[in-house]
Design a protein around this ligand. Sequence first.
Ligand SMILES: Cc1ncc(COP(=O)(O)O)c(C=O)c1O
Length: 380
Amino acid sequence: MIYFDNSATTKPYKEVLDSFLTVSSEYFGNPSSLHGLGGQAEKLLSQAREQVAKLLAVKLSEIYFTSGGTEGNNLAIKGAALLNKNRGRHLITSSVEHPSVRAAMEQLEQEGFEITYLPVDATGRISAADVEKAIRKETILISMMHVNNEVGTVQPIEEVGKIVKNYPTILFHVDAIQSIGKVPFSLTENNIDFCSISGHKFHGLKGTGALYIREGARIAPLFSGGSQERKMRSGTENVAGAVALSKALRMTMEKSAAGTERMKKIQSMLRTGLNRIEGITINTPIENAAPHILNFSLNGLKSEVFIHALEQREIFVSTTSACSSKKKSPSKTLLEMGVPESAAESAVRISLSFDNTEAEAATVIEAIEKTVNQLRKVMN
Ligand SMILES: Cc1ncc(COP(=O)(O)O)c(C=O)c1O
């Protein structure tokens, strides 16, 4: 089996699963309980927080555990909007965000907030100058993904961070769910107030994640309850999940430098191989692209049929994002980039992990060529 769908989710590392199991079975106490079992769980939670903070080079008090990327994005965006609504009701984002940002923004629109959705260029990138032009005196938040989940474009968060510095009342949220461990960036040097990460995108477990909230930046909590996570996220903590997340992040960061180099090589090999196949157009840009995603169109073929045909060869890839692939609508990102609808409808996404190999890439290129030829024959 060749698994090339790592942007949808990754296979958890064995060590991560082992940690989850050990904590769940041996340290199952509730961290809020006063007895020793509770104390042990609380200690583990605190150690996990310390590890995540250290790996992200931020303070322990700035890490909040969540149930994943969707929750982190909702918490940052709606939490910031709710708390600051009396100061202003305008937010800025891009037109190619993940649905967990897009739909959160749309919900705020229904509540009377105004949202600017910035356009992207043909490479899927927003312009930092456009961000600055969109700023109004009522703007309270700018929210932007670091790496696009459908095509892999890297957004100019450093440039936007510089702009934000000149507007101290505007908060800056970064969705780093696709970039963490793959595209280095600094939380502290880019004036980032909130940043969401998700465990299952880096070999942790589904339903685990963390939100960085810069010391001094505040949000209104979305869950009311027992005041866990320093009142920001009530609900009994997923201690084993947090420990698993910290382990997955540590392992990812340790593998990051070598793993990223390997992915770049494999990505370039795939690009060259696929470019040689007639009728394939690569949609992922060469510049400002993450090393793990390669999106291409199969002009004239249906991506869904292609995905299933490739599956027959035990190769797993995606149409666009895992969330929209079942909706059968063409990729929003590609349409926003100006890719024609027919090409967007035939888009396929390959996404790599540190564990993929050049040998796998060679097999995949050959399989794609054979599958494309087979399907074209059937069509003719
Ligand atoms: C860019 C981006 N943001 C947010 C999410 C949502 O994360 P989760 O699946 O942990 O809710 C994803 C998941 O695909 C993503 O790619």
